[in-house]
Design a protein around this ligand. Structure first.
Ligand SMILES: [Fe+2]
Length: 388
């Protein structure tokens, strides 16, 4: 059965005017005004007065849960499919974080395959916070070569008390392995780098550019909005050609401590002259959000949500005055290009049919289509995870 979306206001993410979208076999077959197909061959969705956006890409999600940092009881749960649907997230990149011991690459890959069976597109990073990397195959290059879903390494922690305190040489070797594996497999081969609050900040990443033959295209540092100092470093790093990723899941306590809201961070980067193509947002979904008091005691803990991703873009448009087509890029076109997800991130014939229809006034998500299948229709869920 074909799907025909009529009269949508296209943001591909570039504005494309009012068009119809014909979908079949999981891909966009046509995108032009007045597509005509006999009704018996297709389901028609009237999208007049709605904006059609590319399905959102969330490039940093703890899909199998993360290590709580307050003992076993704080280990976080895995990603429910419905959270992805509610958030318009049609592609996720799964990763392990602090806990690379009770969570494994095998489990991460199994969860990614499960979500793929349930309807969304999934990829994974190999490894976790610590070095040396614990990969599934004997090396990162082999993970990239022989496991389709592996697109890079991460999240490798730097400048953080929870990192493995790797030497620069150990970090550079991982970036080099990612480079080689990426070249051989035709994938991004990128290292997703967790930055903590430590004073070394982006030092190792800058050294990669000055001390080695490797390029900034091999690294995607995340949590760049976590404190004002790291954010300022991030501006300089992005202006030198690096990518920067901001985390949308947050707590009021983090913002009080100096974390910069993603929408504001995007505006300030653009005002500073950073190329909008260098910036991405990710949710850190299902990661733990520990709330420590001044004495380092855990006051409480909550869980990051993939549903925080699009509201940050909405806030950038409605409160920071950033054009929709610019703000939208940070969760569509940019991650698709940076992570080399070739059929993702924009609306065009031949691309995967991952589409989100939103209300033009409040930007509420109305309809979600992933790989050509309706997961949410006019605000109503059409499917759910196996055990939801
Ligand atoms: Fe992280």
């Amino acid at each position: 059965m074909l799907l025909l979306i009529k009269n949508a206001d296209i943001y591909a993410p570039e504005p494309g005017g009012q068009c119809d979208l014909l979908i079949g076999g999981g891909v966009i077959l046509g995108m032009e005004p007045n597509i005509r197909v006999p009704r018996k061959y297709c389901e028609v969705i009237d999208a007049r007065n709605l904006k059609a956006l590319p399905g959102f890409i969330d490039g940093h999600v703890h899909i199998m849960g993360g290590g709580g940092e307050g003992g076993f009881a704080t280990r976080t749960p895995d990603l429910p499919l419905t959270d992805a649907i509610k958030g318009g997230v049609t592609t996720v990149v799964g990763c392990l974080g602090t806990d690379g011991q009770t969570r494994s690459m095998a489990g991460l890959l199994a969860k990614a395959k499960g979500l793929e069976e349930e309807g969304i597109s999934t990829f994974v990073y190999s490894g976790s916070y610590g070095l040396p990397l614990r990969t599934l195959m004997p090396s990162l290059e082999e993970d990239l070569l022989f496991i389709d879903k592996v697109i890079g390494a991460g999240e490798v922690a730097l400048s953080d008390h929870r990192s493995s305190q790797p030497t620069f040489e150990a970090f550079a070797q991982v970036v080099a392995m990612a480079r080689r594996g990426g070249l051989l497999s035709g994938k991004a081969g990128i290292v997703n780098v967790h930055l903590g609050d430590g004073p070394r900040g982006l030092e190792f990443l800058r050294c990669i550019l000055t001390e080695t033959e490797l390029s900034a295209a091999q690294m995607l540092p995340t949590h760049i909005n976590r404190n004002p100092g790291l954010f300022e470093e991030g501006i300089a790093y992005a202006k030198a050609g690096g990518f920067v990723d901001f985390t949308t899941s947050t707590l009021p306590a983090y913002l009080e401590d100096g974390e910069i809201p993603c929408a504001e961070a995007l505006r300030r980067m653009l005002e500073a002259g950073v190329d909008p193509g260098q910036i991405t947002f990710t949710s850190d979904g299902q990661g733990s959000l520990p709330d420590w008091d001044r004495n380092g005691r855990l006051r409480g803990i909550s869980v990051g949500r993939v549903t925080s991703l699009f509201p940050a873009v909405r806030q950038a448009v409605l409160e920071e005055g950033i054009p929709l087509q610019t703000a939208l890029r940070v969760i569509t076109q940019n991650p698709a290009r940076i992570l080399k997800l070739r059929r993702k991130g924009c609306l065009a014939p031949g691309m995967d049919a991952d589409i989100v229809l939103v209300d033009p006034h409040d930007f509420e998500i109305r309809t979600v289509i992933a790989k050509g299948c309706l997961l949410m229709k006019a605000g109503r869920m059409q499917t759910k995870g196996m055990f939801e």
